[in-house]
Design a protein around this ligand. Structure first.
Ligand code: K1U
Ligand code: ZN
Length: 167
């Protein structure tokens, strides 16, 4: 297994749109294992393939207390939504920034597992928000794009400063 590099906002590659996963082979299983290791090490509760510069519709999530209940989701598609949720979100691609975003409270998602088998996920609370956040990554969207122009400008300046300090 390997820890992958997580792209940092404002990296342009975070805006690429992912393609459907159509081959469910050993290479996909290795990618899922690497994404999980990367997410656990970060640490985070979710990670989208886009964030590790792989343009595939693939997400990993684990928000269990003991970090031992991983979920891998390929080709997620929202079938229905209801209600409204406003939770604080973070993002491994925008470290140190936590902001509330309006999302659907309940979602029903159709997806495929790493064998390609279709399944449905009914989610609410943090799982629902996390899935919506990760699905946005697959569409090239970063959560701060829901914020005001002023907040986005401030965050962009902070991220550019962080990048300069890392050099
Ligand atoms: O997509 C990502 O960058 C991962 C992100 C997922 C997420 C968190 C909260 C709301 C929506 C989506 C994170 O995991 S940020 C880090 C984080 O929330 C966390 C880290 C360690 C322990 C608990 C939470
Ligand atoms: Zn994120």
């Amino acid at each position: 297994m390997a820890i992958l590099k997580i792209l940092q906002y404002p990296d342009e590659r975070l805006h690429l749109v992912a393609s459907r996963v159509d081959v469910f082979d050993d290479a996909l299983k290795t990618l899922v294992a690497d994404m999980l290791e990367t997410m656990y090490a970060a640490p985070g509760i979710g990670l989208a393939a886009t964030q590790v510069d792989v343009q595939k519709q693939l997400i990993v999530i684990d928000f269990s207390e003991n970090r031992n209940d991983p979920l891998a989701i390929a080709n997620p598609r929202i079938i229905s939504t209801s209600g409204k949720s406003t939770l604080e979100e973070g993002c491994l691609s925008v470290p140190g920034i936590y902001e509330t975003v309006d999302r659907a409270e309940n979602i029903l998602v159709e997806a495929q597992d790493i064998e390609g088998k279709f399944f449905e996920i009914k989610a609410d609370g943090l799982l629902s928000v996390c899935i919506q956040h990760e699905m946005d990554h697959l569409k090239g969207r970063v959560f701060i794009e829901y914020l005001s122009r002023l907040k986005q400008t401030r965050i962009l300046a902070r991220m550019k400063k962080l990048a300069r300090e890392r050099m």
